[in-house]
Design a binder for this molecule. Structure first.
Ligand code: ATP
Ligand code: MG
Length: 467
């Protein structure tokens, strides 16, 4: 196990920092969306106030008998409105004007009766972006009397100043709100997500360093949300992994023990075999009669020891590739099989002449011989071996006319020591065959098994040189 240190991201790249920045950005965006219509509205209210003041100023003019007032009062009234000139039109009455000096040329005219939502926003931004030196003519109904139309000519600069002041206040407020919101979001996310996530990550790292230590398994909280589920799932996974490791360690110890026992037992049996060989020549006819049974029992026991030794001590077999004629190998396997099958008709090769494959010859011999022996032991009277090339692999089919796999064998197929159903069988033949084929990068599969026979398929990858 590596004691690698848990590497957490630096603060700037942490989830919390990203969430903080995102929250600030989103709140600012929301503020901009609110700001645009409100600055438009601010300008409208300012202008309407000017119209109301203008209406009031004109009323002073109406109060005089000849509608004439002194220059000073006029100037004072216009200063109060903040305009160069003021005009008023009422239905059925003429137009009244209040003006001291003629203003310069009007730069822009606005009719507040036609103001639209987006128009107001656009005009407000125009005012903000301008240098504030424009002279505006604004027409609108008087807020005091809906029938009266008021017109004022005024400078844009004071309006722009007030709008800038308003914008600055909104900006400052937005910053305060976004920082405040971001801080709250940050804090809650940090407590609800980031911290538990770190706990999970730390637990993973601690567990990775020593998965067999039960104290390193995360203790899930009682939370019912996704984090709680993740914690519980992690705890379960760690528990399962720890169990599997314990099991593996136990099996390894067991394997080592069995290897030792098999080794010594094989030697003991070799001695027994040597001694028992003499029994065949015994004077006693009864001893002579039972000797072959005893010998075959000892042989089976030796065979069991040898197979067990092979399986437990080999590990992943090393593959020594060579190119050879498959038909020839199949014939050799046939010759080495027990008598029942040792004949052309029964061990039947359908492989064409000079069919070359690339594999570990010795291992493929073992695989074919294991399959052949199984067929004989199952009671088959004929086994056929066919081979063909299929794209980038060779397919070798071993088909017998036996009674098919028993349910027990089928349930434990390819599992070592589990699926044997004949006396003296170890249940290793198919497991070994699969291990050897997989070491080649191929496999062995059960192709079909019925009461008419069984067929196993060997898959052997084509060597690069043969492609
Ligand atoms: N061709 C077959 N026809 C019928 N049953 C088969 C065939 N091949 C395998 N079996 C069944 O599968 C079981 C497992 O076979 P496997 O070769 O793994 O072990 P085994 O033959 O019992 O023992 P071992 O080969 O280690 O001596 C066999 O006991 C047998 O019941
Ligand atoms: Mg077998």
């Amino acid at each position: 196990m590596t004691g690698k240190k848990l590497r957490l991201p630096p603060l700037a790249e942490s989830l919390s920092a990203r969430l903080l920045l995102l929250t600030i950005a989103f709140v600012m965006l929301a503020e901009v969306l609110i700001y645009a219509p409100s600055i438009g509205r601010f300008r409208l209210v300012y202008l309407e106030e000017r119209l109301a003041a203008a209406h009031l100023a004109i009323l002073a003019l109406e109060a005089t008998p000849d509608q004439m007032i002194g220059e000073d009062l006029k100037r004072e009234l216009l200063d109060h409105v903040g305009a160069y000139s003021v005009g008023l039109t009422r239905p059925g009455a003429g137009k009244l004007m209040l003006m001291v000096t003629t203003p310069g040329p009007v730069d822009a005219s606005y009719d507040l009766r036609e103001a639209s939502f987006f128009g107001l926003i656009g005009d407000a931004f125009m005012t903000l972006m301008d240098d504030g030196g424009r002279i505006l003519r604004v027409v609108g109904v008087s807020p005091k009397d809906r029938k009266t139309l008021v017109e004022v000519v005024l400078e844009e600069a004071p309006l722009r100043r007030q709008m800038l002041g308003y914008s600055e206040r909104i900006l400052a407020l937005s910053l305060v709100i976004s920082l405040f919101t971001a801080a709250l979001v940050y804090l809650s996310l940090h407590l609800l997500m980031v911290r538990p996530m770190r706990r999970i990550t730390e637990s993973m790292a601690r567990f990775r360093d020593d998965p067999e230590d039960a104290s390193r398994i995360i203790k899930p909280s009682a939370r019912s949300d996704e984090v709680g589920v993740a914690q519980r799932e992690l705890a379960e996974m760690q528990e399962g992994l720890r169990g599997a490791l314990r099991q593996r360690a136990r099996l390894a110890a067991l394997g080592a023990g069995i290897t030792k026992i098999s080794h010594d037992l094989r030697n003991i049996l070799a001695t027994a075999r040597l001694v028992s060989d003499r029994l065949v020549e015994s004077e006693d006819p009864e001893v002579r009669r039972t000797a072959p049974t005893l010998l075959s029992a000892i042989d089976r026991a030796v065979n069991l020891c040898a197979q067990t030794l092979n399986f437990t001590s080999e590990g992943a077999p090393a593959v020594d590739l060579s190119r050879f004629d498959l038909g020839e190998l199949v014939r050799e396997v046939g010759a080495s099989l027990p008598e029942q099958l040792n004949g052309q008709a029964r061990w039947h090769s359908l492989i064409e002449e000079n069919f070359e494959v690339s594999a570990d010859r010795e291992q493929l011999h073992r695989v074919l011989s294991n399959l052949g022996q199984n067929a004989v032991q199952a009671g088959a009277t004929k086994v056929e071996i066919a081979a063909r090339r299929d794209d980038d692999c060779f397919v070798i089919d071993v088909t017998d006319n036996g009674p098919g796999l028993s349910p027990r064998a089928r349930a434990h197929l390819f599992k070592p020591f589990a699926g044997s159903s004949h006396p003296g069988g170890t249940g290793l033949g198919l497991a070994i065959a699969r291990e050897l084929m997989r070491a080649h990068g191929g496999d062995v599969q059960l192709e079909r098994s019925t009461s008419e026979g069984t067929s196993f398929r060997l898959i052997l990858p084509v060597d690069r040189g043969q492609r």
